[in-house]
Design a protein around this ligand. Sequence first.
Ligand code: BG6
Length: 479
Amino acid sequence: MDRPLSIVVIGASGDLAHRKLYPALFGLYAQGYLPERFAVFGFARSAYTHEGFREHVAERLTCRYTPQESCGQRVSEFLQRCWYIRGEYGSSDAFLDLYQAMKEVEGAGEAANRLYYLAIPPSLFLATAHALGGAGMVQCGLGEPWSRVVLEKPFGRDSASSARLTREMAKVFTEAQTYRIDHYLGKEVIQNMLVLRFANLVFEPVWNRNYIASVAIEWKEDMGIEKRGYFDDYGIIRDVMQNHLLQILALAAMEPPGRLDSKHIRDEKVQVLRNIPPLTAADVVVGQYTGTERNGRRIRGYTEEDAVADDSLTPTFAAATLRIRNRRWDGVPFRIRAGKALDERVNEIRVRFKDVPGNLFTQAAPPFAASVTAANEMVIRVQPDEAITLRIVNKVPGVGMQLAARDLDLEYKAAFSEPIPDAYEDLLLDVFRGEKGLFIRSDELEAAWEIFTPVLHELETKRIKPAGYAFGSRGPETG
Ligand code: BG6
């Protein structure tokens, strides 16, 4: 990490860069993870001066890792390394200007590693990649100095468009240079999944169809789509299910990797995804939020949002049951549900175990007879308030034999004093280090699209109408 590093944020005036990337870069800087000589180059169409850009970057920086007194100083050191270049995304000339500015800042001496973060709408990926390539800014080969590109989903709209994007991008950046982000893989609890499963003895022996009755992965947001204009073109299945939820499922269901490196981990994820039969419309329930009144105030429904057509059929909610056809999981339903504008913001995985066979307590004669209502359940809460709980059945203190389920609780806030980093901090650091385990490989992406492409096409060609659910409710009935 001694070599100079240039981080180029393309789409520098956008929301993703502002909310996530600059704070994450500053977090890494504050913790000493950036090389001595690094620079951040913002590139976008907006008219900023370097100073104006620095003010924009500063708006979201926080002092999580720096004691208050030194924070101002660290912020201003960081901002001094931020530069802005204005230009059109597809223009090689604009990229030549950017290149020129980079060379001036980088100076003579050891050539810098370069990271290109495409924080732009996917419709601009190809033109931008070609312009970068055309301006001679992409270093070939795997050695140093390296050039790497980071992209965020959506990677296409279905199997065919995703394959086309992968093929075209590969003309500029090889697969080895490409980092496809799914930011859920950077979340602390998601990164803990493999540790939980494979660094503990007690879970793996019961982690299969013999002991597990079902797995539910739930994702809820309590906001509507707000300013996310792109959403209407994609819908909740492409926005959240095909990527975040499927990745969580893959980590929960994969076989142990032979080794803990990115190749072995991703091989196992691909394997499990390939064992999931594609969904059809009969396997899913789709919904769309409708307007409602709250405290005398009208809350807009989905089709009343500014960026949405009045007759839009785009689902903002979906529930589906996936099956995994392999020896470990045959017969175990994996229920996934995702929805916007619901009653709360939560993402959790619920692993429900089977009932105790020949349960002594339900079969016993008085005074030992007791009804046990709850099966064991493990809940892994990704957000908010990261936690892992295991529901166990206990005797309620007192005379007689009354049983009740209670939780063994691991709340991150109480158990760990360390701050929980933002997912982007970990992911960016991995890109700098060339560590690819938390990024989506092209065959993994292909397997993910194969599961969802048929149902997406069917919903669209048959113009299936999503069930309405009131903003802030628990969503439509899913049976
Ligand atoms: C994004 C989705 O990937 O994740 C958004 O496109 C969603 O629709 C967001 O709101 C949620 O991210 P987080 O980290 O706030 O859970």
